[in-house]
Design a protein around this ligand. Structure first.
Ligand SMILES: Nc1ncnc2c1ncn2[C@@H]1O[C@H](COP(=O)(O)OP(=O)(O)OP(=O)(O)O)[C@@H](O)[C@H]1O
Ligand SMILES: [Mg+2]
Length: 266
């Protein structure tokens, strides 16, 4: 029952970006991943979700002991993996409501059941009952202090930076993953929103014993979501792993000492 990343090497457009990442997350654990711009943090998160642009050339990713690598992104999601993207994409013509309804239904097996029974073509047969979904989505909106009017808007279109981040966590709350990767979910959130979103994440984590990988540049979100483990990521690898005090070291010293140590080792 763990998410295990083993010796992961990943190429993007023929460039080696991840150079041997080892990381294991147990249910309920919170891991923080910090590292300079361009060190490969988002590459790691996209690779875990199975983005086709990222080519795994060595190593493996296991969920409950089974490799995720042969699986498509939606199959990985159904296995319990979730990614809140650093730059969520806008989809014109699809409302946040229909997107969440479809995604939640797929996660809960409605879509597959409808397909198997041959009723997939029938109106809404592949969706979880609207009333049930509406009730749940309202609870989650409340949790994240989001205006229900958002549901009618096209997915992320014209959403402010912070609104996009909240919409990502709303999605996480509905999809109920086992493991969630949050790629700079704190960036762009105002001071109140940061607290509300962090509390929302904590609630979801506690309810479902979610394992979290929080990618961030700053300590502030970690004041609300306390990491058990902190990793420093540098040039496509984990340079050092430690406890929460490592965040303070980074805030105080930046990454120069990491650069110096890596250079000294050759
Ligand atoms: N198509 C590509 N060709 C070459 N290099 C690429 C390509 N796509 C990404 N990279 C490089 O991969 C490296 C890692 O990028 P990534 O987005 O994973 O960094 P990051 O750690 O998430 O940075 P940030 O903190 O700024 O979000 C960067 O140097 C980036 O320029
Ligand atoms: Mg990034």
């Amino acid at each position: 029952m763990a998410l295990e990343i083993r010796n992961l090497h990943v190429k993007v457009d023929n460039e080696m970006i991840l150079k041997g990442v080892d990381l294991t997350i147990q249910p309920g654990e919170t891991h923080a991943l910090m590292g300079p711009n361009g060190s490969g943090k988002s590459t790691l998160s996209y690779t875990l979700m199975g983005h086709p642009k990222y080519e795994v050339v060595e190593g493996d990713v296991l969920l409950d002991g089974e490799s995720l690598l042969p699986l498509t992104t939606d199959a990985r999601a159904r296995q319990g993996l979730f990614l809140a993207m650093q730059y969520p994409v806008a989809v014109s013509g699809v409302s946040l409501y229909s997107f969440l309804h479809a995604a939640t239904s797929a996660m809960r097996g409605y879509t597959e059941k409808a397909r198997e029974s041959g009723r997939g073509g029938r109106f809404n047969a592949h969706l979880m009952p609207a009333r049930e979904f509406r009730k749940e989505v309202n609870e989650k909106l409340e949790l994240l202090k989001m205006d229900p009017a958002f549901l009618r808007r096209y997915l992320n279109e014209g959403f402010s930076g912070g609104e996009k981040k909240r919409a990502e966590i709303l999605q996480m709350a509905l999809l109920q993953p086992q493991f969630a990767i949050l790629d700079e979910t704190d960036s762009g959130l105002d001071i109140d929103a940061l607290r509300i979103v962090a509390e929302g994440i904590n609630t979801v984590q506690k309810e479902l014993d979610v394992g979290l990988l929080i990618i961030t540049h700053y300590q502030r979100i970690l004041n609300y979501i306390h990491p058990d483990v902190v990793h420093i990521f540098y040039e496509g690898r984990i340079f050092q792993t430690g406890g929460p005090q490592l965040v303070e070291t980074l805030e105080a010293k930046g990454y120069d000492w990491v650069r110096a140590e890596v250079a000294a080792k050759g």
